[in-house]
Design a protein around this ligand. Structure first.
Ligand SMILES: Cc1cc2nc3c(=O)[nH]c(=O)nc-3n(C[C@H](O)[C@H](O)[C@H](O)COP(=O)(O)OP(=O)(O)OC[C@H]3O[C@@H](n4cnc5c(N)ncnc54)[C@H](O)[C@@H]3O)c2cc1C
Length: 223
């Protein structure tokens, strides 16, 4: 696999080009740290963007939902767009005009194709399920009926771009000596200690990998 994704015309950043990241490893790193993709499709009643879980392998991004899922059903066979965003801080400038956010985001654009092969569907459902924490092998096996009730779409990772903002506010030269506070308000998401469901009566111990998440950030879980 190459170290850089060759940006296509439509995944080349036109604005904020200094924040563009096309190294494939960085793109995959952001996808791995993220937990939610905002998936956009064109529907007959207008554009629709919904948050969804996702999984990936080296070549493709995978999305799943109920067989009757409106967004995925409409998107299959069409170009769709999935965006993953991590927010690292609020950037407070000397004027609200220059406020910003520190972030890492990935945009994937491509043709969404329905996965028909049942074995491939199971493989990709495992990727989606295990993306945040390994869980596929823990619960009751997924049945044939569960499999049939689920729609999985794949999108090639061939056209993906990342944009990363880091660091201080960028203010106007003439505002720099002013009295206004400027700086960063960091933002961090952390997993907490898991607890059993109120109606849990099972006998299995909690899988160790769930407890191992406690205290970690989403980035740290994939390190
Ligand atoms: C948390 C967050 C908050 C933001 N808030 C604002 C805001 O309030 N206003 C605002 O104008 N912009 C905001 N941005 C930046 C925004 O995502 C766009 O990058 C920017 O608006 C330029 O848009 P454009 O249509 O001119 O992009 P263009 O540069 O024309 O986009 C061309 C291509 O570059 C890629 N690209 C563009 N943006 C991104 C991205 N963020 N991540 C990965 N690939 C990208 C895509 O492949 C896209 O097809 C924010 C970004 C993040 C992550």
């Amino acid at each position: 696999m190459s170290d850089a994704v060759a940006p296509s015309a439509r995944t080349t950043l036109r604005r904020g080009t200094n924040r563009a990241v096309y190294e494939r490893d960085r793109v995959l790193e952001i996808l791995d740290a993220g937990m939610i993709a905002h998936v956009g499709v064109q529907t007959p009643d207008g554009p629709l963007v919904l948050p969804m879980a996702y999984g990936r392998d080296d070549e493709k991004l995978y999305l799943h939902g109920a067989a009757a899922n409106h967004l995925l059903g409409t998107g299959q066979g069409h170009e769709i767009c999935a965006t993953v965003t991590l927010i690292d801080g609020l950037v407070m400038a000397r004027t609200p005009f220059h406020n910003s956010m520190n972030y890492r985001s990935v945009v994937v654009r491509g043709l969404a194709t329905k996965i028909e092969d049942p074995d491939e569907k199971l493989r990709t459902l495992k990727l989606i399920t295990d993306h945040v924490v390994a869980n596929w092998d823990e619960g009751r096996d997924v049945s044939e009926i569960d499999n049939r009730k689920t729609l999985v779409l794949e999108i090639p990772l061939a056209e993906a771009s990342a944009k990363v903002r880091d660091g201080d506010p960028i203010d106007e030269e003439e505002d720099m000596a002013g009295p206004w506070w400027s700086g960063i308000i960091p933002i961090e998401t952390r997993f907490l200690e898991p607890y059993p469901a109120a109606d849990f009566t099972g006998t299995n111990e909690m899988p160790a990998q769930y407890g191992a998440l406690a205290g970690k950030t989403p980035d740290e879980r994939v390190l």
